[in-house]
Design a protein around this ligand. Structure first.
Ligand code: ZN
Length: 390
């Protein structure tokens, strides 16, 4: 199958101008100024891209694909994600995680769900483990999981500075990261340790210590939820300055923000204004995680579910409200994630790369079409490919 997108403005995420984008099978064949399509040739799918922008497919590095929660009893467990929730949000690559509960939810189910999403037409991976250290792995060790299981590309989300964490010592934490490092090297995967940051005062202390006292590079760690409070965000800024990478969570309830919480778009704006390297920043949605709601008196107001839709919504806000250039804002959900996680041929519109892309209206930036591995998944905002039980 050959698809030619005509007269579309390309953000690779770098702005390349108005181009003709050719897709053959599941790859980008090339990006051209002119393409003359021969008559009486094999069937070519021509798509008019005028008035549209093309972005690389979005990568969400932290989604509870088999559900999460359960922190207020079994009835508070959230459900599995459906394919079209991801695709209509422009997400063509997802990294799944467990969360607080590594007993009722396990690695087998997580790997199975990643495989199911892959069968459905997107790219899906997962982390090994849950909040706790020692990590409950699928095989005998973190190293072995990374080396022998295709779908496992990192470790996490490991909880620190949180009342729900297993309260690991620095040594236990460092040993976990060290295993991820070697497992990642041998398997040629990122081996990223995704770290859930809670509201505890310890904040990023273990991460600073690790960078200071070991030879492990900063690219091994990705602390997430950094925008959950002003203090944590401030420390996140210092962490970027010593070479660290941070992840901002896009899900939040606008009616019930956590005290001191920053929107991911606002956080990105601060980093942008400080002229810190944007390459060290990623966004993720925390999709399907449970979201406790507290009113301004800090009274519990019930539970919501984090939505993957927030991933692009926050990037859009960063562009429209915070006036960050598109090619800069887009990186946090495309090329930055692909390069940190070593996702080969992902996150860019580039010859030879996988043809995952999103078309948006130039004026509104609303998603119209989504393609995964060269195949149309969402057309005019409607999912045309659905999961088996949708
Ligand atoms: Zn978390």
């Amino acid at each position: 199958m050959i698809t030619v997108l005509k007269n579309v403005e390309v953000y690779s995420p770098k702005y390349l101008g108005k181009k003709q984008v050719v897709v053959v099978g599941n790859k980008f064949e090339g990006i051209y100024d002119e393409v003359n399509i021969p008559k009486d040739f094999i069937n070519i799918n021509e798509v008019d891209g005028s008035g549209k922008l093309i972005f690389p497919g979005f990568i969400d590095n932290h989604v509870h694909i088999i559900g999460a929660g359960g922190e207020d009893g079994f009835s508070t467990r959230t459900g599995e994600i459906q394919l079209t929730e991801l695709t209509t949000a422009g997400i063509t690559t997802v990294i799944g995680c467990l969360g607080t509960d590594g007993v009722c939810r396990d690695m087998r189910s997580l790997v199975a769900k990643a495989r199911a999403l892959e069968e459905d037409g997107i790219s899906a991976y997962c982390y090994t483990g849950s909040y706790e250290i020692p990590v409950r792995t699928l095989t005998n060790s973190i190293k072995e999981d990374l080396i022998t299981i295709d779908k496992i590309i990192g470790v996490g989300e490991i909880a620190v500075a949180d009342h729900r964490s297993s309260q690991p010592t620095f040594e236990e934490f460092a040993k976990t990261v060290a295993e991820a490092r070697v497992g990642g090297l041998i398997s040629n995967k990122g081996g990223i340790v995704d770290i859930h940051m809670g509201t505890g005062k310890e904040r990023l202390e273990k991460l600073f210590l690790l960078l200071k006292n070991t030879e492990i590079p900063s690219t091994q760690l990705l602390p997430t939820h950094i925008n959950r409070s002003t203090e944590l965000f401030q420390e996140g800024i210092e962490y970027i300055k010593v070479g660290g990478y941070i992840d901002l969570t896009t899900s939040s309830d606008p009616e019930f923000p956590e005290p001191g919480e920053l929107k991911a778009s606002e956080g990105l704006k601060k980093i942008y204004d400080l002229k810190l390297p944007i390459e060290q920043v990623t966004f993720s949605s925390d999709g399907q995680g449970s979201m406790p709601k507290y009113n301004d008196k800090n009274e519990f107001m019930g539970l919501g579910i984090c939505s993957v839709k927030s991933l692009y919504d926050e990037v859009k806000k960063a562009i429209i409200e915070e006036k960050i250039p598109i090619e800069c804002a887009l990186r946090v959900i495309t090329s930055n994630v692909a390069s940190l996680f070593k996702l080969k041929d992902k996150g860019e519109i580039k010859k030879g790369y996988e043809a995952d892309f999103v078309l948006v209206n130039k004026d509104s930036l609303e998603i119209t079409d989504v393609y995964g591995k060269g195949k149309l998944l969402v057309s005019n905002g409607n999912a045309v490919v659905k999961g088996v039980f949708e």
